[in-house]
Design a protein around this ligand. Structure first.
Ligand code: CTP
Length: 219
C-alpha cells in the first residue's frame, strides 16, 4: 500500500444496512454489519483521500480521519450520497433496501381480535449506485457491490453493465465462512480487464486490496 496514493482525491463510501420504518416501533432491515464499508473508508483515508462515509444504522466506531454522515433509511442515504458529490470515487458498499413501505403508520399497528395477517404495501427505492453512475457529476470511478446467493459471475457482470459501473465487487451471502455478519470474506472483483479474486481474508485486508485496485485504476 502506498500511503499517499489517493492524496488530493475525494472518496465517498456508503456502508451498512438501511432501516425502512413501518410504524414508530418496527422497521424492515437487513443483516449488513457495515464492516466492509467502514474498512474501505478507513483504507481510503489512510491513503490520503478526503473521505466521506455515509453510514446506515450500525454500532461501529468511526475510522480515523473520515467525515462520517449517519443516516437511517434508503431515502436519507440517497440524499446524503448525492449531497457528498462531486467526488473522484464512489464506492457503494451499503446494503440499501430495494423496497420501502409506501406509508409509515403514525401509531403502532395493532393486531385486530380475530383479524387476519398484515399486508405491507412496499414501493421501490431509488437505486443510489445507478444514479451516481449516470449523474452529471459522475465520479471518475464508480464501484458497486453485489451480494449474491446464486450465479456470482453472471449477476455481477449484469449489474456492472446495467448500472454503468467501472468495477464491481461480488461476494456470496448466505454461506458459511463469509458474507454479511462475518469478519472474513472473499471478493470477486470484475472490471473491463476481467476478474480478480481477493481473499478469503479479513475485511480490513480485502479493503486494502480493493483500494490498491482503485488507486491503480486512477493512476
Ligand atoms: N444499491 C443502491 N441503491 C439501491 C439498491 C442497491 O445503491 N436502492 C447498490 C448497493 O450499494 C450495491 C449494489 O447496488 O453497491 C448492488 O445491490 P444489490 O441489491 O445486490 O443489487 P440490485 O440492484 O438490488 O439487484 P438484484 O435485486 O438483482 O440483486
Amino acid at each position: 500500500m502506498s500511503e499517499g496514493a489517493l492524496a488530493g482525491l475525494r472518496v465517498v463510501v456508503s456502508a451498512g444496512p438501511t432501516y425502512e420504518d413501518i410504524d414508530p416501533v418496527r422497521f424492515i432491515g437487513n443483516r449488513s454489519s457495515g464492516k466492509m464499508g467502514f474498512a474501505i473508508a478507513a483504507a481510503a483515508a489512510k491513503r490520503g483521500a478526503d473521505t466521506v462515509l455515509v453510514a446506515g444504522p450500525v454500532t461501529l466506531a468511526s475510522p480515523a480521519g473520515v467525515d462520517r454522515r449517519d443516516v437511517r433509511s434508503a431515502a436519507q442515504m440517497h440524499a446524503a450520497v448525492l449531497a457528498a458529490l462531486p467526488a473522484d470515487v464512489y464506492i457503494g458498499a451499503a446494503a440499501v433496501a430495494d423496497f420501502t413501505p409506501a406509508t409509515v403508520a403514525g401509531g403502532k399497528i395493532k393486531k385486530r381480535p380475530g383479524g387476519g395477517g398484515l399486508v405491507l404495501d412496499l414501493v421501490p427505492t431509488a437505486d443510489i449506485l445507478a444514479e451516481v453512475a449516470s449523474h452529471p457529476l459522475r465520479p471518475r470511478l464508480v464501484v458497486g457491490f453485489a451480494a449474491e446467493t446464486g450465479d456470482l459471475e453472471a449477476n455481477a457482470l449484469d449489474k456492472l453493465r446495467r448500472k454503468r459501473l467501472d468495477m464491481i465487487a461480488a461476494n456470496r451471502v448466505g454461506v458459511a465462512g463469509g458474507g454479511f455478519e462475518s469478519d472474513d470474506n472473499t471478493l470477486h472483483v470484475y472490471d473491463a480487464a476481467g476478474v480478480r479474486v481477493l481473499g478469503p481474508a479479513p475485511k480490513t485486508r480485502l479493503a486494502d486490496d480493493l483500494l490498491d485496485l482503485v488507486a491503480a485504476r486512477l493512476s
